[in-house]
Structures are given as C-alpha cells and as structure tokens.
Ligand binder design. Structure first.
Ligand code: COI
Length: 352
C-alpha cells in the first residue's frame, strides 16, 4: 500500500547561488528530490530528501542492461505566484508507456502527480519567473537489482529531480540528416523515453557537430529516407499551406509539445498533416520555394526554428527571420505557461 511521503527538509538552501538571469540548461539542481523504491511488487518508502548522491552497487542491472527511463516536464509560475504544471497527466501516461516497453513497473498516476506537487511546493522559490524560462522536471526510474546476467530487475528506484532552466537552444538550429546511422526502427524502443535511445544518438551527434551542425535529424532505418525526429525534439515542416510532421509509427517519440502544437495550429485553422515525410520531398519543396519553415518541438526545446538541414552534399538553408508560424506558436506556449494568454485547452494544472 502506498504510504504518505516522508519529508526531510534541507537545512542549507543553495538558492542564493542561482543567477535567475543566466541559467545554464541542465546544470543547476534544486534543494530537494523525491525518491521511492519498488520491491516485492509494490512502491514503498516515498520520501522527499535534500538533493544529493545515491550510493549504487556496481552490479546494478540498469548500468549493464539499460532498464532506465525518464520524462521531461516543465513547471512555471501563475500570475498569483502559484506553480503551474504543463500537462502532467500526459507525462504520467507516457512514462508508464515507456515503463511497459522496458519491462518495468508502472508508477500509478496519483502517486506520480502527488510526488510532483509536494516536491514543487517545497522548491517553489526555484521556479524562474521570466517568460521562456521554467522549472524543468526530470522524473526517472532505473533497475536496482544487483546481479550480472540479462534479465528484468525485480527492484527499481523512482526519482524526481528539479532544475531551473533557460532556453535549450538560444540560436536557430542546424541539422544533419544522417544517411548511415539510425536512431530507431519499428518494433524497437524508439517510442520509449529510455536512456539507450539517447546513448545511441551520441556518436552520430558528435560527428554532426564536427561538421558544424547542432544535432542529427534521424531518417528511418529501412529506406533511410523518411524523417523521424531530431535527437532532442520532434520536427515540423511548413510546405505550401500545410504544416506537416512525421506520423508516429512506433519508432518516433510521441512528443507532448508536438501534440500541443498540432492542437493549437488545427484550432487556428491550419491544415496540420501527420504523415510520412521523405527527405527527397523536402529537397524538392525547398528547390520549388514551397518549404517555408522548419521547426522542432520538445519540452526542453519548446519551439526551435531550424535554419539548415544538410543531407549528403545538399543543403536546405532557411531564413528563420521570415518564419511566421514557429515564432507565433513559441510565443503562445510560453505565454500560456505564465498565464499571459488564455489556457484554452486546459493544459495547466495548478499546484495548490
Ligand atoms: C526533453 O525535451 O524534455 C528531453 O528530454 C530532451 C532532452 C534534449 C533534454
């Protein structure tokens, strides 16, 4: 049976060391974290403790065989100074989808949301107030059985940590459409937010960076033609009057910002189409002048305009200053998050 969360407050807050106007992404952690264990088929010992190290056995199954999943979510401040969570139920559903695929136990939504609310309530002072900044929330789960040999773990740890963040990209993004390496294939784990997907992306991303790109735009593993996503975000193309994004097919992460963007643009009357997108079609649309905008969407990236896509010896170069839809949708999401625009679709959940 799920127990009450035991809270041990930090006696030594680090908040005075944070410069809210210059927050590097992913480097600053708040004062507390939520920790809970899974054993004998149930979640036990839910606790909020001062943020710190977790001693781990070297034979921990997650380190060897990769049972590790996570989420990325954001909290902002309401006009009245209350924390607002962006679509937490959807993140809970996606976390549990990832858990099932990786043969891990689900975390009941009520526990997930209760833990989030209590933790954020405690570290509310860490939420940056500026538009475009937020408290990034990183729930994660990993296997903790101590043994060598490929099998599913019987024990797990669920942790939530919080990080005040500024924008993930502070510039227009340059992407390399990789013609050799692949991220995921249908039947694989591409739809799960699991650590290995990101590990697999590191070498191709490093090679892309050496060529002056920021990230890889993944193509499908069979034809090496159909666009999947970027290592850090989903992707949209404005082709003629249509806003097109690759249809999720089991190998693409079902982004929550992606679904929010589809919802808003459809509501505004745009023709949003989810379908396979061939790289040759993009090159042709670019040559014909029909490719108007390219932008990525993600919790961290929010909406990030793309100024360059390289594919073999060809280049798609875009003047992001001429983009209309990407800045509009970015502004809308950022303003809804801080209640400067109406939350028409009830995305926000207030932490009382
Ligand atoms: C997110 O957008 O939350 C992610 O997990 C992607 C990562 C680049 C931070």
């Amino acid at each position: 049976m799920y127990q009450e969360i035991k809270i041990t407050r930090s006696s030594n807050s680090r908040i005075d060391t944070l410069d809210f106007n210059h927050i590097p992404f992913g480097k600053v952690f708040t004062d507390h974290m939520f920790v809970m264990d899974y054993r004998d088929g149930e979640w036990v010992n839910p606790e909020i403790v001062p943020f710190g190290m977790i001693p781990t056995h070297p034979g921990n199954l997650a380190w060897h065989y990769g049972q590790a999943i996570f989420e990325g979510m954001k909290a902002t401040l309401s006009k009245a100074g209350r924390p607002l969570l962006f679509r937490p139920e959807l993140h809970s559903v996606r976390f549990n989808d990832s858990a099932r695929r990786m043969c891990m136990p689900e975390v009941p939504e009520a526990i997930f949301i209760d833990a989030l609310k209590k933790l954020i309530g405690l570290d509310v002072a860490w939420i940056p107030p500026q538009e475009g900044s937020a408290l990034y929330i990183r729930p994660m789960m990993y296997a903790t059985d101590e043994s060598i040999g490929v099998r599913q773990s019987d024990t797990y740890k669920f942790i939530i940590m919080l990080l005040p963040v500024g924008p993930y990209y502070d510039h227009a993004v340059k992407l390399k459409a990789d013609e050799f390496y692949v991220r995921a294939v249908q039947g694989g784990v591409g739809e799960a937010k699991t650590a290995g997907n990101y590990a697999a992306s590191l070498l191709p991303a490093k090679m892309a960076r050496a060529e002056g790109y920021d990230q890889v735009m993944w193509l499908d593993a069979i034809h090496h033609k159909f666009v999947q996503e970027v290592g850090t975000m989903n992707i949209f193309f404005v082709i003629g009057d249509d806003v097109v994004t690759p249809a999720t097919d089991g190998a693409i992460l079902k982004g929550i910002t992606r679904s929010s963007v589809i919802q808003v643009l459809s509501d505004k009357g745009y023709n949003v189409v989810e379908r396979p997108v061939n790289i040759d079609e993009l090159l042709l649309a670019y040559q014909n002048g029909d490719l108007k905008e390219v932008f990525g969407t993600g919790t961290a990236a929010v909406v990030s305009p793309v100024c360059l896509i390289g594919y073999k010896d060809q280049k798609i170069e875009l003047d992001t200053d001429k983009f209309v839809i990407a800045p509009m949708i970015k502004d809308l999401i950022n303003k809804v998050r801080i209640q400067e625009m109406e939350d028409k679709f009830n995305w926000l959940v207030t932490v009382e």
